[in-house]
Design a protein around this ligand. Structure first.
Ligand code: URA
Length: 210
């Protein structure tokens, strides 16, 4: 992917995102919209995947037809909100391998601490897409990407629903080689670290925990 940040301004994505931002949207509808947007974003982030050809027979004649090249993709969900993007993406890329990474913020050091890490093998040979709906401060996303690199990943992309300028800058400084695809770049973070105007806490809204 050539650019560090791609904001996908497709009308369907923007319309669905507006519905998600609306505080009166129910948990069920929020989750369904996230699933739909995740597929549209997945379409964009996989645009430049390497291709090869396979010899097949159509009912009419043989042909060398295009197919994806290389090992299966790895989708890495950053818990817990990343899971909201996962199912929709897997519908589009059903053979992808899936990993999970859990990080929490230590209240003393304010550093991200890993509590779960399980990822597919041979990450170095796969296109790796890390998913988390909200790129806010970028601290946990940058830590997650660093951990994936430590595990061998070389071709990493980051897919989110909303990004704050602070998070994009943090990611660009730490991982300039990792392109970001998002549905919107919002204005800023507030004093509590929420994206403004944003949509609130993505995990709470998709899982109904508040
Ligand atoms: N995480 C969220 O869920 N929402 C924000 O606005 C920022 C981080």
């Amino acid at each position: 992917m050539p650019q560090h940040l791609t904001v996908v301004e497709h009308p369907l994505i923007q319309h669905k995102l507006t519905l998600m931002r609306d505080r009166t949207t129910s948990t069920a509808v929020f989750r369904q919209l996230l699933r739909e947007i995740s597929q549209l974003l997945a379409y964009e982030i996989t645009r430049d995947l390497p291709m090869t050809t396979t010899r097949i027979d159509t009912p009419i004649q043989p042909m060398d037809a295009p197919t994806l090249d290389g090992r299966k993709l790895a989708l890495i969900s950053i818990l817990r909100a990343g899971n909201g993007l996962l199912d929709g993406m897997l519908e589009l890329i059903p053979s992808a391998r899936v990993g999970f990474m859990g990080l929490y913020r230590d209240e003393q050091t304010l550093e991200p601490v890993e509590y779960y890490f399980k990822v597919p093998e041979q990450l170095d040979e796969r296109v790796v897409i890390a998913v988390d709906p909200m790129l806010a401060t970028g601290n946990s996303s940058a830590a997650a990407i660093a951990r994936l690199k430590e595990a061998g990943a070389r071709d990493i992309r980051f897919l989110c629903l909303l990004a704050a300028p602070e998070g994009v800058a943090r990611m660009k400084a730490a991982h300039p080689d990792v392109p970001i695809v998002t549905a919107a770049l919002d204005e800023k973070l507030n004093e509590k670290g929420y994206i403004v105007p944003g949509l609130g806490d993505a995990g709470d809204r998709m899982f109904g925990t508040k």
